[in-house]
Ligand binder design. Structure first.
Ligand SMILES: N[C@@H](CCC(=O)N[C@@H](CS)C(=O)NCC(=O)O)C(=O)O
Length: 208
């Protein structure tokens, strides 16, 4: 049985954080780009029936989707990489809280920003996007309040690449965001010192 993970990704998509975590772990993986062509999408639905990026196929062939679930799974499967506090501790509860917060709020807001037309049947997409940008800042402000310097405090965890990726998708004025949220800006700078971040940044900027 191959011990290699298969990561299904796309530029500027949720596979970015998963690749960062696989790089942090040092696990062997193959990055498979999924284009938006109907043929690629139809084939990809056999991996993730929802058709959303990312998906990770485990070495035993199990396909897992939902970015937060993939990151939490990898943290637990590779404890030596110390990407999450030990399960059952209060620190782990806080880790789970922020992983779900990022997925349910920040990721959701990003999707509303980039696909506003999916949230309306009439011509109000511009208003939906405007509201979503405000929500984006509000959710990032909540995280700014706890960054110290990482999401769960002094220890780096899988929540950090997740936050880094989601913050990088902010569609408004990034300079203004950095000025308003200095701890988030500092978090981004810390992340860019890590080879795993740079590798995933580079691959996800280019794609196949
Ligand atoms: N809740 C999902 C959201 C995944 C998602 O919506 N991914 C986007 C890319 S970032 C996508 O596949 N969009 C294509 C589409 O919706 O058609 C997760 O966290 O993995």
């Amino acid at each position: 049985m191959s011990r290699t993970y298969k990561l299904y990704g796309r530029t500027t998509a949720g596979s970015h954080a998963v690749q960062m975590v696989l790089e942090e772990i040092g696990a062997p993986y193959e990055l498979i780009w999924v284009s938006k062509s109907p043929a690629d999408l139809e084939a990809y639905r056999r991996v993730n029936p929802a058709g959303k990026i990312p998906a990770l196929v485990l070495p035993d062939g199990t396909a897992v989707s939902e970015s937060a679930a993939i990151l939490i799974y990898l943290s637990g499967a590779h404890p030596a990489a110390r990407l999450a506090p030990p399960a059952g501790t209060a620190e782990h509860a806080r880790f789970l809280q922020w992983m779900v917060f990022l997925s349910a709020n920040v990721y959701e807001t990003a999707l509303r920003c980039y696909f506003p037309e999916r949230y309306t049947h009439d011509a109000t997409a511009a208003g939906i996007k405007e509201q979503a940008i405000g929500d984006y800042v509000r959710h990032l402000e909540t995280i700014e309040g706890v960054l110290s310097p990482y999401v769960i405090g002094e220890s780096y965890s899988a929540a950090d690449p997740y936050l880094y990726m989601l913050a990088s998708w902010y569609p408004g004025d990034m300079g203004a965001l950095n000025a308003r949220l200095p701890k988030l800006a500092q978090h981004g700078a810390l992340m860019r010192r890590r080879p795993a971040t740079l590798k995933s940044d580079k691959d996800h900027a280019v794609g196949e």
